[in-house]
Design a binder for this molecule. Structure first.
Ligand code: TRP
Length: 448
């Protein structure tokens, strides 16, 4: 059973050490688990909501892409792409916008905070608020639901958004799923064990506090940042308290247990702060040195990065394109050709003909059912690893070619190329089974 993990990184800034320890490093580790199917992407449409400086957007996309690759993300295992390279996401965003309650979005923290601030300042409540900010959670729901993610690792501030994605997905399933789960309902994951790094001044490391340590700056930049770490005024030789030192907390996030114990003992033994900073510099420089070189090499070849990301987008679209096709079908954006086949007199919810319903199983695999006109299940397909394989078999069954139907297990199976690709339920008796086979042949007979 594979778990699909998906997360997005908004491309407005330059990654710092806090991003590395809190998000990048754990995500890359998670992507290496045998049962993980990871989707990591640059949320560059989301970046447009907060930033109207094209040069900054472009620079940040490049830096963040290079950072993830330099830190060891294996793009052959994970799917790594830019949100804006997947047109299906914006298309899905509209389908979801049409079912998302305005009342739900009114409650989004980010939007509410902006309204509250306006009101506080005696401004019009909507001053400066774009529809992008208001709809931000719907776009995020599209990111998540497009790939049927099970787990979404995020910071605490994003939990509400993942819950909204669940709400919106559930509503869509209810309206258009015919009792099936079109969308997997995602869960937010907060990694408890992951370090939240203090910044130079001891507050949480954050760009907005200007207290960050750059991840892939020059050696000099790293040294200078470390020199700015605030410490207490104990003199060399005086014992230091490691548990009240954010310099020690920073060290801990990157050191082995043995290194931590040694450093702790040295501080208690009176190590000078200047020496302590030198130790931290060495540790970080070791941890980041090789990745920094890879980072520089990548940044210098933006065309190669472009190729890697476009390949990632192509990989993601192998899932997104057929799935969006199903969703368009589900809401009624169907080809007129298929309507001609199923009869022009289709009445709403009349269910005049048999139909295929595709879905994702709990284990993430792709399956479909064939339901007869009365909604009874005629076939349940085997599990397919990807939606495309499921779609191909589905198409073959509908192609009108002669069916290889074999009675088995109190029901029947349909075989293709020497393999049983779908099975009926068990029937009460042989007559019921024969009747179901007739309905199956009728349902899959070529149109006249
Ligand atoms: N909004 C997220 C953030 O600012 C980034 C993001 C966009 C995201 N789409 C996503 C995260 C989908 C997880 C899943 O952190």
């Amino acid at each position: 059973m594979t778990t699909r993990i998906l997360t997005g990184i908004t491309t407005t800034g330059t990654p710092h050490l806090g991003n590395y320890a809190g998000a990048i490093r754990p995500a890359i580790v998670a992507s290496r688990a045998a049962d993980a199917d990871s989707f990591y992407f640059l949320a560059d449409y989301h970046a447009l909501i907060k930033c109207d400086e094209p040069a900054r957007i472009q620079r940040s996309r490049l830096e963040i892409a290079a950072t993830w690759l330099a830190c060891g993300l294996d793009v052959n295992r994970a799917t790594f792409y830019r949100q804006s390279d997947i047109p299906e996401i914006t298309e899905l965003c509209w389908l979801l916008t049409c079912v998302a309650g305005k009342g739900l979005l009114n409650r989004a923290h980010a939007y509410k905070a902006s309204v509250d601030k306006n009101v506080e300042q005696g401004e019009d409540p909507d001053a400066g608020i774009s529809m992008g900010l208001f709809s931000y959670p719907v776009l995020m729901a599209a990111d998540i639901l497009m790939f049927n993610a099970h787990k979404v690792p995020v910071g605490r501030d994003q939990i509400q958004h993942v819950e909204m994605a669940r709400d919106i997905g559930q509503r869509f399933n209810h309206l258009f799923g015919n009792g099936k789960e079109l969308f997997t309902l995602p869960e937010a994951v907060i990694e408890e064990g992951v370090a939240t790094l203090p910044g130079l001044d001891g507050r949480k490391m954050s760009k907005s506090y200007d207290n960050t340590i750059p991840l892939f700056g020059s050696v000099k930049q790293l040294k200078d940042a470390i020199a700015r770490i605030v410490t207490d005024s104990r003199l060399p030789g005086e014992p230091k308290d490691p548990d009240n030192s954010h310099l020690f907390t920073l060290y801990q996030a990157f050191a082995t247990a043995a290194q931590q114990a040694e450093f702790r003992a040295e501080l208690i033994g009176g190590l000078a702060w200047g020496e302590a900073k030198q130790r931290l510099f060495q540790l970080l420089n070791n941890e980041l040195g090789e990745a920094r070189e890879r980072y520089q090499a990548l940044i210098e070849k933006p065309a190669d990065l472009e190729d890697i990301l476009l390949a990632g987008a192509a990989k993601a679209r192998k899932t997104a394109t057929p799935f969006l096709g199903e969703l368009r079908e589900a809401v009624g954006l169907r080809s007129f050709r298929s309507q001609a086949v199923s009869g022009a007199g289709e009445k709403k919810k009349a269910g005049k003909s048999a139909r295929f319903v595709s879905f994702r199983d709990d284990d993430g695999s792709f399956r479909f059912r064939l339901l007869d006109a009365a909604g009874e299940q005629l076939l349940l397909s085997k599990s397919f690893a990807d939606g495309k394989a499921a779609g191909l078999v589905n198409k073959r069954l509908q192609s009108g070619e002669a069916l290889d139907v074999r009675e088995q297990d109190g029901g029947f199976g349909v075989w293709l190329e020497g393999e049983c690709v779908a099975q009926s339920p068990a029937f009460a008796d042989g007559a019921a089974c024969q009747a179901a086979i007739r309905r199956l042949r009728e349902a899959l007979a070529p149109a006249e």
